[in-house]
Design a protein around this ligand. Sequence first.
Ligand SMILES: Cc1cc2nc3c(=O)[nH]c(=O)nc-3n(C[C@H](O)[C@H](O)[C@H](O)COP(=O)(O)OP(=O)(O)OC[C@H]3O[C@@H](n4cnc5c(N)ncnc54)[C@H](O)[C@@H]3O)c2cc1C
Length: 455
Amino acid sequence: MTDAAFLDRLAAIVGPSGVVTGDELRGRSANWTRPTEPCAALALVRPRDTGETSAVMAACHEAGVAIVPRGGATGLVDGTLCAPDEITLSTERMTGIEAVDPLGMTVVVGTGATIESVQDAAAAAGLFFPLDLGARGSATIGGAVSTNAGGLRVLRYGMMREMVLGLEAVLADGTVVSSMRPLIKNNTGLDLKQLFVGTEGTLGLVTRAVLRLRPEPAGYATALIACPGVDDGARVLRAAQSAFQGRVSSFEGLWPDFYRLMTAPGRATPPLGHDYPFYAIIEIECVTEEADRFLGLLDGLMDDGTILDAAIASSEEQRRGMWRIRDRVEHLNADGIERAFDVSVPLSRMDGYVRGALDRLAAIPGCRAVVYGHIGDNNLHWNTTRLDAAGNAAIDAAIYTPLAELNGSVSAEHGIGLEKRGKLPLSRSPEEIAAMRLVKRALDPDNRLNPGKIF
Ligand SMILES: Cc1cc2nc3c(=O)[nH]c(=O)nc-3n(C[C@H](O)[C@H](O)[C@H](O)COP(=O)(O)OP(=O)(O)OC[C@H]3O[C@@H](n4cnc5c(N)ncnc54)[C@H](O)[C@@H]3O)c2cc1C
């Protein structure tokens, strides 16, 4: 079958406006990290529901055409990158919030819905969808499921996996596997939905989801603190977790170069001076009456030198201002510190790891680097300058090589995609990778779903 005949066949399934090709397709970027590179796929196909998705995937299966799932394309490891003979299947017409159950505290959504639209739908029902990350306005539920997204509230609510009760997914040959039960407990054999969480669209295309909602937090106490080092920050976190019993929702570490850059003139207002060795944003879910207890905790930790200085948000505007220091990572790109890294390191070994990596990065000519992250979840983000191939390899080695010995991970929350394929053996044993390949072969024997991603 010619390409034109094949695309006509897909258009017969999804309607002519459901198949995007030519200039309209090239006008779309490959993904968020490659804004000027056009999407290279043969076509972008936009089914309206699970039935159309199944028919498109069956047609691709028959024609031997590979499919790359695409949500908001905000993923940071090239998971949506396409070859010219591949179809990219976008969930952009499956954005429905189908039903909110206020008593059962669940929501049923199409996986093209953005994280923000689900947060808004939950809030409208007096409930709370806890997943939150900087790309919330563009990143989709499908992308968040497929990357097992983490974000800003993992300490309290876990990663995306913990928020998924049910999923509907289409396998490479078009078979629909629907497990849309709104149940917390369901021990009836293999938990099939987990096959699609964090597997980056390599085992199935997720079309619908039942998500768990939570009660809306009564309020927040938020502070920016400065400490002598990350170990002291860890002590503050442990003290707050004991005092507030599981209600610490965020603990974000900011090393000085990151803090200085994000609070440079014209950017976020700096609530504290620029010369401290380590900063953290700590947020606790609590009622207003508990704010004094939070202040008392911070005061005690200042008295014994664990905290050097602190600024408490006394209004929602001040709270948002503090989060702008953490969130506006586009400033890093503007400053040319655009290579993003996402790694995990046990908190107790983070100090030595960061010091060593900063020293090694400083020795690489032309390299600038900043470090920050969800350190309460062991998760560090590095951003560095982009150099030539040798320089980039030296940066990779400085950041990744120590991780194996530290029992760390080369990807905390962004996944492997294409970008980190070569790094997988630093975090996973040959036996683990062989077991992953077995699962992939069982579900997608012809390697047609997001081929080449992860391994
Ligand atoms: C500013 C910014 C901040 C970010 N902060 C965080 C953060 O704090 N924590 C975090 O975890 N991530 C973060 N990310 C990364 C990214 O936003 C998340 O990975 C997000 O979950 C991706 O959603 P998406 O819809 O853009 O997915 P895409 O980029 O479109 O896709 C990601 C992967 O999932 C696959 N996929 C997409 N939809 C489906 C589907 N329906 N079925 C099957 N496979 C699918 C794709 O093929 C690809 O492999 C950030 C990104 C940016 C740009």
